[in-house]
Design a protein around this ligand. Structure first.
Ligand SMILES: [Zn+2]
Length: 667
């Protein structure tokens, strides 16, 4: 949502002038810690790890010991934290293939409209700006992985220490009196668990604990930073986990598929000495969607955000009174098994005493006696199950379809990026198998093996990944995503024939997918068969006309076949969907130059370096075009820029050409 739509908020200050004055001076710092289990904080009784800095925040503020994430996936969980909405309402149901619609109102937008300076510091590509969470932020610092020349080797995540450094740089430039909202995303506890020293040695048998301890130390440094710069006493600080981690519970090693407390129970802390009572432990059921309304409430802003509720009255209630929140329920879901694996989705509801999971084999747990959720009481207490299930169904029926576009424009390197992070990403048509009778909990062995393949893939061990995937397919030959990955492994191994065969096998099984045809097109393009590439890419575009990368690849095929006007048309089609798609600008520039449309070609090459000022090859192409057009001075400067940026890259031929050109142009 745009800020100008929020003007109505400006007049809704509650509490009169005194409070309004307080509003303008209280900063907000929100730290989200990825993949952090609540029971890995020592203040929550953990003996596995020491978290002194988080413990101190809990002592100085409020510790919610029964907070729940609605979904065990990073992007949807963060969308819920920032909007106060459940996933069915904000529309983000998975990583990588959804974006938060503009129509959604986020915490950052509300605060920006109230005059806050807003900045986000992001630890992982999974929360890249293209996924829509940047709305409302003046600064969205996600830029470490955006250098397209080096996509293949770039880190798609950055350790907490580097996120902290970005925050420090922002603080250095911060001037004036307006309050700020800073969101800091620390990704480290996410797999793979590779804590830096000394934490690796401190937790040799539990590297996850080592990552948690390291992250705790960085949280401490953020607090110290606020203290040193004089902000701490005027800052409302919140720490929350986006979801937990299976660590083998219920047979799940990481997170994504199942919806038990192992991956839904997260830590949630609040600290602001002037505002929030210290040393409060709140054992009641609360949800991460309640955090944003609570924060706004404490900032003196009408908590109009989302489906969550302000927890302020719960925090400040008379502690001798009977615990409230009896009516509080927490919804949870994972559509991941349906979207990615072709199995059934899971939906759950937690009440004060029970959890129900609606699945092909439904579940009921009595959390009072079975917090580990191991004893399914469905057969013993069918009435309780039916009552809670009815409540869940009513809740689901009450969710409104989110308005606005929820799919991000894809680009060719995005999947590689997600995959390099160990995310299972790819084929989209598993969605068409909604209503599958396969219960994810019955296939966890297969999921864990698929997960192993994904980890092998992320570690660039394509040979091992291919073997694992072949074994998975021998067991479940209908699993589209396994073909997709296997084909990509073969492409990485330069075994294009086997890749082609793999995609053909999937198509032969009736698995229809844009991506399979798109990949086949790319293989033919690589093989120098543009006609075959064109026919596959046209099928892909028939299935999904908005597939930016397929338009681009079709442009490449047509250019290779010598049909320049048709190629230019396809590049322009890609740019009509995503105007910042720099590969298409580059291809268009090449095509127009070949068609002798010099001015238009020049404009296209200029766009490339405008979009990514660090794209070395972009400067080379621009230099060549300027030289061709006789714009000597700028051509020389552009070549020099190319030489600076390409230092150390394997672009020897271009570097040599640039050096010669500079010399000739200088004469
Ligand atoms: Zn996460």
């Amino acid at each position: 949502m745009r800020v100008r739509d929020l003007s109505f908020l400006l007049v809704t200050v509650i509490g009169g002038p005194a409070l309004a004055a307080a509003v303008s001076t209280t900063n907000l710092v929100l730290i989200t810690i990825d993949t952090l289990r609540a029971d890995y904080l020592s203040c929550n009784g953990s003996s596995k790890v020491k978290t002194p800095r988080l413990d101190r925040l809990a002592r100085e503020g409020v510790n919610f010991t029964r907070a729940r994430s609605p979904v065990p996936l990073t992007l949807p969980a963060h969308a819920s934290i920032l909007t106060g909405n459940y996933p069915p309402t904000h529309g983000v149901r998975d990583n990588g293939t959804y974006r938060l619609p503009e129509q959604q109102l986020s915490l950052a937008e509300v605060l920006e409209a109230r005059g806050y300076r807003t900045a986000a510091f992001i630890g992982s590509f999974v929360l890249d700006r293209r996924y829509g969470l940047a709305q409302g932020f003046d600064v969205y610092d996600d830029r470490v992985w955006s250098d397209v020349d080096e996509l293949e080797t770039l880190e798609a995540e950055r350790p907490a220490g580097e996120v902290l450094a970005a925050l420090r740089r922002w603080f250095d430039k911060l001037e004036g009196e307006r309050p700020f909202f800073a969101w800091i995303h620390l990704y480290d506890p996410h797999a793979p668990y590779e804590p830096p020293q000394p934490y690796r040695s401190r937790y040799p048998r539990d590297p996850y604990a080592g990552e948690v301890a390291y992250t705790d130390a960085v949280v401490g440094k953020i607090v110290d930073e606020l203290q040193i710069r004089g902000h701490l006493s005027a800052t409302l600080l919140a720490v929350v986990g986006d979801h937990g981690e299976g660590l083998g519970e219920h047979g799940e090693l990481t997170h994504a598929v199942l919806i038990y407390n192992s991956t839904l129970h997260v830590p949630m802390l609040l600290r602001a000495p002037e505002l929030v009572p210290a040393g409060r432990v709140i054992p009641d059921l609360v949800r991460t969607i309640d955090l944003a309304p609570t924060l706004l409430d404490y900032l003196g802003i009408s908590p109009v955000l989302g489906e969550g509720v302000s927890l302020r009255s719960l925090i400040e209630r008379d502690m001798r009174a009977k615990p409230s929140g009896d009516g509080m329920v927490a919804y949870s879901e994972s559509l991941y098994p349906q979207l990615k694996l072709g199995w059934s989705a899971l939906h759950g509801l937690e009440t004060r005493d029970h959890r129900v999971i609606v699945a092909p084999r439904p579940e009921l747990y009595d959390l009072r006696v079975d917090p580990g959720e191991t004893d399914n009481r469905l057969a013993a207490e069918p009435g309780v199950y039916q009552r809670i299930k009815r409540q869940l169904v009513e809740l689901l029926q009450g969710f409104e379809e989110p308005s606005g576009e929820t799919a991000p424009p894809l680009d060719p390197d995005e999947l590689d990026m997600l995959r390099s992070l160990g995310y299972l990403s790819g084929s989209e048509t598993a969605t068409q198998r909604a209503g599958s009778s396969i219960d994810p909990k019955d296939r966890l062995d297969l999921w864990n093996r698929l997960h192993l393949a994904v980890a092998q893939f992320a570690a660039a061990d394509y040979r091992a990944a291919a073997d694992t995937l072949t074994a998975v397919l021998a067991e479940e030959p209908g699993m589209l995503i396994a073909y997709d990955y296997l084909g990509t492994c073969y492409q990485k191994l330069s075994q294009l024939d086997l890749a082609e065969l793999t995609y053909r096998q999937a198509l032969g099984r009736g698995l229809k997918s844009t991506r399979l045809h798109h990949q086949l097109g790319r293989i033919y393009l690589k093989r120098g068969d543009p006609a075959a590439a064109e026919s596959e890419l046209r099928i892909a575009l028939e299935l999904d006309p908005r597939r930016v990368a397929a338009h681009y690849d079709l442009g490449q095929s047509l250019r290779a076949a010598g049909d320049l006007p048709a190629a230019a048309e396809e590049y322009r089609a890609a740019l009509a969907i995503n105007a910042d798609y720099l590969w298409a600008w580059s291809g268009l520039g090449m095509t127009l130059a070949a068609m002798k449309q010099e001015d238009e070609a020049l404009a296209a090459f200029r766009r490339v370096v405008e979009i990514d000022p660090s794209a070395a090859l972009g400067y080379f192409n621009l230099g060549v075009q300027l030289e061709r057009m006789g714009i000597r001075e700028e051509a020389m400067a552009t070549y020099r820029r190319f030489l600076e940026l390409s230092e150390g890259q394997e672009l020897d031929a271009q570097r040599q050409q640039a050096e010669v050109a500079i010399e000739l142009l200088g004469q």
